[in-house]
Design a protein around this ligand. Structure first.
Ligand SMILES: Cc1cc2nc3c(=O)[nH]c(=O)nc-3n(C[C@H](O)[C@H](O)[C@H](O)COP(=O)(O)OP(=O)(O)OC[C@H]3O[C@@H](n4cnc5c(N)ncnc54)[C@H](O)[C@@H]3O)c2cc1C
Ligand SMILES: *[C@@H]1O[C@H](CO)[C@@H](O)[C@H](O)[C@H]1NC(C)=O
Ligand SMILES: *[C@@H]1O[C@H](CO)[C@@H](O)[C@H](O)[C@H]1NC(C)=O
Ligand SMILES: *[C@@H]1O[C@H](CO)[C@@H](O)[C@H](O)[C@H]1NC(C)=O
Ligand SMILES: *[C@@H]1O[C@H](CO)[C@@H](O)[C@H](O)[C@H]1NC(C)=O
Ligand SMILES: *[C@@H]1O[C@H](CO)[C@@H](O)[C@H](O)[C@H]1NC(C)=O
Ligand SMILES: *[C@@H]1O[C@H](CO)[C@@H](O)[C@H](O)[C@H]1NC(C)=O
Ligand SMILES: *[C@@H]1O[C@H](CO)[C@@H](O)[C@H](O)[C@H]1NC(C)=O
Ligand SMILES: *[C@@H]1O[C@H](CO)[C@@H](O)[C@H](O)[C@H]1NC(C)=O
Ligand SMILES: *[C@@H]1O[C@H](CO)[C@@H](O)[C@H](O)[C@H]1NC(C)=O
Length: 515
């Protein structure tokens, strides 16, 4: 909870000190005149001109403000963007004006939303304007209850709560403090994807500010529609949008947590893989399985544990048919929880008051790979490396977390491979070591980089795949555009031609740029 609360307080206070007193000037906002060249004079951009064009409750926060540090701080402190100023627009026209001002002054700009983007390409921004969307935060359910209009800066938890109050839900990312759009623009995985598909599969239309500063509406008839569902960070700033929503059918959930020791790694992932195959059943839509590896010396002083989660909808206890094959392995412990959909984030450690929602100053690189199934031999090999990484004497990685996400997939696979720019509908598992550490400089960053890639390489070799498939929203940052957006030539060509048309000078190229 703290970071959102904190931010809200900051913004309110900033309102009193920033640009509120400046009256908007009445002129054609489309063009800056040659006299305005002064506003851009190098080293001392005059933001008063911009302030005069913004609505009265927009904010401009300069580095001299004691608010600046908090409003630029990110979840991962590795290769972070650098800004000269933060603009907090109140209206979509404010976004338009800010982009035009940036263009007039040849300043780079970057949208910020939930601050959980961690890809190292963000560090290529070394100056310019951050456009923080927290004031574009409304959620409105349509009269017929099939769609909602959602502000570009809405945070996942706020959307879930607003829809829940109306007896509705939609696919969002699972972490409460991450934005709605951030995950969605890169595809978007969530608890409900087994029923409805990815976050981006729900998108109906967007209002988008393009690189030129023009505001357009993008829908299924627009060229950009396909590209923004999976590579969206490359094309514009979404100020508001409409998404499909659904009646709340299964409010109740149960979760079984099984804690295993490291010596059980092969057995656990053989069962995780094969229980549906050997039982000759297709993967059920009502079950999600996740696992985390982490070093918890209170459970095992020598090596990391495997926490395996079975999450089932519509029940008060997870079906014994799902739990029994895991219980048969002989876990160190097992425990049960039951509640509602709203409890899932807390159960899995990604609620507003959980660790990943606070900013620690740590570097948080991940090295993701999509897999079709587990290779228990490869799992055992990476376990050994992860064990060393977390338990070696004076290791910086004792708080590392290895994540294995197995969402149900029916809704994702219901669409064809070419349905959107998200390339990996055929894959089943999202796997990533998260090597949390406190950076002590480039040498320590290099150690993390090598280890992360070594782990990923083992998983890749065990997969039998011939392309490295990664989730762009978890990516480290030096994977190729092929790894982020799919290896097929037609995908790369289609994305490149959209980029050429809508962002030829690469203003939206700080986040996993299309080549
Ligand atoms: C703890 C944690 C949990 C996560 N859980 C999930 C999950 O369940 N499912 C999932 O799919 N992903 C998940 N992710 C990954 C997540 O999708 C990315 O981290 C994403 O970039 C976060 O978006 P953000 O708005 O929070 O971050 P930001 O850093 O603010 O933004 C990320 C990028 O998106 C762009 N952007 C954001 N909003 C807009 C907008 N309105 N218009 C245009 N561009 C915009 C920004 O410019 C930036 O380039 C998780 C990440 C973390 C750290
Ligand atoms: C900035 O621009 C405003 C509006 O044009 C002007 O009044 C002010 O003097 C300028 N400030 C500086 C430091 O040049
Ligand atoms: C979003 O949720 C947080 C925490 O619940 C709350 O403090 C904030 O006011 C909400 N923001 C909006 C715009 O609803
Ligand atoms: C598995 O299912 C297939 C088709 O659904 C069927 O032909 C086969 O006999 C089944 N095998 C077993 C062992 O039940
Ligand atoms: C662990 O599983 C067993 C077998 O299903 C069950 O009887 C027991 O209640 C479970 N323990 C907990 C704490 O959930
Ligand atoms: C559901 O949770 C409650 C506590 O929140 C507990 O008392 C009850 O036993 C649980 N039900 C099952 C079936 O585990
Ligand atoms: C972020 O990292 C930089 C460089 O590694 C460091 O100087 C800074 O103190 C870190 N920030 C925090 C909040 O720890
Ligand atoms: C752990 O320590 C051993 C012995 O010093 C070293 O060989 C190994 O590379 C370390 N492993 C990791 C992952 O840091
Ligand atoms: C876990 O989820 C993945 C992805 O849907 C699936 O391939 C795997 O069979 C699941 N395992 C279990 C035990 O549910
Ligand atoms: C599993 O991974 C190991 C180690 O890389 C490899 O030798 C083996 O061929 C893989 N198994 C399958 C079924 O791909």
């Amino acid at each position: 909870m703290h970071h959102l609360f904190h931010l809200a307080a900051i913004l309110a206070w900033a309102g009193a000190v920033a640009c509120e007193a400046l009256a908007p000037i009445n002129e054609d906002f489309d063009a800056y005149s040659h006299d305005d060249v002064d506003v851009c004079s190098s080293g001392a951009v005059n933001y008063t001109i911009l302030a005069q064009k913004l609505s009265s409750t927009a904010q401009i926060i300069l580095p001299s403000s004691n608010l600046f540090e908090a409003i630029t701080e990110r979840w991962s402190n590795l290769s972070t963007p650098v800004a000269n100023v933060v603009v907090v627009p109140r209206t979509e026209q404010d976004v338009v004006e800010t982009v035009k001002f940036a263009n007039w002054c040849s300043l780079p700009f970057l949208t910020t939303n939930g601050y959980h983007g961690s890809i190292t390409t963000l560090g290529r921004m070394t100056e310019g304007i951050e456009i923080h969307l927290s004031q574009l935060s409304s959620v409105t359910v349509s009269a017929d209850g099939t769609t909602a209009t959602i502000g570009g800066g809405v945070i996942s938890r706020n959307l879930t709560d607003a829809l829940w109050a109306a007896g509705k839900q939609t696919v969002t990312g699972t972490c409460e403090c991450v934005s709605y759009l951030g995950p969605g623009l890169g595809g978007g995985h969530g608890w409900l994807q087994g029923h409805h598909g990815l976050v981006s599969d729900q998108f109906v239309s967007w209002n988008v500010v393009l690189a030129s500063g023009s505001l357009i509406t993008v829908d299924e008839n627009s060229e950009l529609f396909w590209g923004m569902k999976g590579a969206g960070q490359n094309f514009g700033i979404v100020t508001s949008m409409t998404s499909k929503i659904y009646d709340l059918v299964y409010p109740n959930y149960a979760m079984e947590t099984l804690i295993f020791g490291g010596d059980q790694v092969e057995a656990v992932y053989e069962v995780a893989n094969e229980q549906w195959l050997t039982n000759n059943k297709t993967m059920p839509v009502d079950l999600i399985n996740w696992s985390y590896w982490y070093y918890d010396p209170t459970t095992d002083a020598d090596k990391p544990v495997i926490a395996f989660y079975l999450i089932q909808e519509g029940v008060e206890a997870v079906d014994v048919a799902y739990t029994q094959p895991f219980l048969d392995i002989g876990p160190i412990s097992n425990s049960s929880l039951n509640g509602t959909y709203l409890d899932l984030a807390a159960w899995t450690g990604i609620a507003l008051d959980s660790g990943p929602c606070s900013k620690t100053g740590n570097a948080n690189p991940r090295f993701p790979i999509y897999l079709k199934s587990y290779n228990s031999t490869a799992q055992a090999l990476v376990y050994e490396l992860f064990k060393q990484a977390t338990t070696n004497a004076s290791t910086p990685f004792s708080n590392a977390l290895f994540m294995f996400e197995g969402y149900s997939q029916q809704g994702v696979k219901a669409l064809g491979d070419d349905a959107s720019a998200f390339a990996y509908r055929a894959d089943n598992l999202l796997v990533a070591p998260l090597l949390t550490y406190a950076s002590t400089g480039l040498a320590s960053d290099e150690v993390a980089y090598k280890l992360g890639n070594q782990i990923r390489q083992i998983l890749y070799e065990g997969s039998g795949e011939t392309t490295l498939n990664t989730y762009v929203n978890y990516a480290y940052g030096d994977e190729t555009a092929t790894a982020w957006y799919g290896a097929e030539a037609w995908r790369q060509e289609r994305l490149q031609s959209l980029k050429e048309e809508f962002d030829p000078s690469g203003k939206f190229s700080f986040y996993a740029p299309i080549a």
